[in-house]
Design a protein around this ligand. Sequence first.
Ligand SMILES: Cc1cc2nc3c(=O)[nH]c(=O)nc-3n(C[C@H](O)[C@H](O)[C@H](O)COP(=O)(O)OP(=O)(O)OC[C@H]3O[C@@H](n4cnc5c(N)ncnc54)[C@H](O)[C@@H]3O)c2cc1C
Length: 455
Amino acid sequence: MKKKAIIFGAGVSGLSIGYNLLKNNVDVEIYEETGTLGGIARSESRNGYLFDSGPHGFHSRDPKIVDFFKEIMGDNYTGFEKYTEIKYKGQYVTFPLKPMNILLTLSIGESFRCISSLIYSKIKSRIIKSEDKNAEEWLISRYGEPLYRVFFLGYTAKIWGIKPKELSAKFAQHRIPVISFTDLILRGTLGFKKWFGRQHKYAETAVTLYYPKHGGIGAFSEEMARKIKKMGGKINLNSRVASVNVKDGKVGSVDVLSSGKTSNVKGDFYISTIPIIVLPRIVRPILGKDVLEAASKIKFRSLLVFCLLIKKDQVFKPLHYYYYDKYFGRLTELKNWSRELYPKGITGLITEKTCDFNDELWNADENELFRKVIDDIKSEGFIEDKDILDKFVIRKKFAYPVYLIGFEENVEKIENALGKFKNLFMSGRQARFRYMDMDNCVEEGLEVVNEIVRR
Ligand SMILES: Cc1cc2nc3c(=O)[nH]c(=O)nc-3n(C[C@H](O)[C@H](O)[C@H](O)COP(=O)(O)OP(=O)(O)OC[C@H]3O[C@@H](n4cnc5c(N)ncnc54)[C@H](O)[C@@H]3O)c2cc1C
């Protein structure tokens, strides 16, 4: 008889697992709490114009994973090298940081302090191996204190709401690229040539970003869902997994709440892609107090994505991410990712602001927030009031895992408790509480699929 898998969540993780299980002849039912596919990598349509829930490009160094994206998208994708700039003191600095850019952006005194401290920290870290206790130590030991202060301290506090000192060193390890010693010596000189040799002062980056030509990033999930249904899989939207019923060391069924009605659903395997702080709370009988306590100590950062429809063909140069030192940190023009996303004469901008769920910012008046967003963008000379055709906000309660010091212990406690149920798997960014990008979600999902197929 065919095996059957019940998947909680229809984000990139749940859908890619569902798709790959069906390809391996396993029956699939997916239950998604919201009315949309794609989870935190979705696109929302407003009056026919699409906006992504934050800029999302698919990338991977593993050709197998890139091939997966291409298999799903058919010919509906485009690929490009990523260009990112940070605006610092009125100048554009390419990111990841390049030594030559640092020199050219800062004053002579600042440059000297930054570069000498960077070289010193590189040499020191090679001679003295010490364990970094928090993200601040990690950053200083790799970049040196002056660069840390210039580029990381304020930005990290702005995004995470806390100082790098309070974040685990793992945070920096996962998030921040490092300037290598060779880079410093060799690429610095090459970078010098590039700086003057190109019309735009963009840095090249190693990884190609893939993005749907049509349909925004949500098209990736929509297309997985279409293929899942074609292979006989079922996707149930507006269906919340409300309890996970365990008995004799395994999951026996789940209760799903949909349109006010609860139904009991059974499978052979259960895959949760829902947040690690939600799952332990819905297991029945109730898990131990220590596990629930561990879940209560884990923190996610929420996100507000401000979307603006603009009556202009293009707002800024062909740049993929633009970071500036304003109230709102990052500005993205999705038309730079796919020209086909908007018609001629129209473009879309998105800018993001992190916050805590239900805090002052989350509950603030949207019109007031938009005033700040628009003033920021106007001050860069990109738009005027008359260019704005429409505006709305996309909200994400679970956007970023916050790697508070000691978070590993809490995650481990939950994983150990849930790991006892042999037919239950946790996969994906929210479920594993890891900085996973979409490619990581697909990759990790494949491991779950292989394990289910093997059993
Ligand atoms: C601003 C931002 C930009 C990003 N940019 C990139 C990028 O450029 N490239 C990249 O590769 N990655 C990027 N990422 C990461 C990427 O979004 C994630 O890796 C990926 O979307 C995570 O997918 P997931 O399925 O694991 O989680 P989610 O998308 O969160 O999916 C979980 C799903 O479970 C559902 N759910 C929750 N509780 C229940 C329940 N009880 N019952 C049923 N369903 C439930 C949720 O509604 C959700 O749909 C970015 C992330 C953010 C926040």
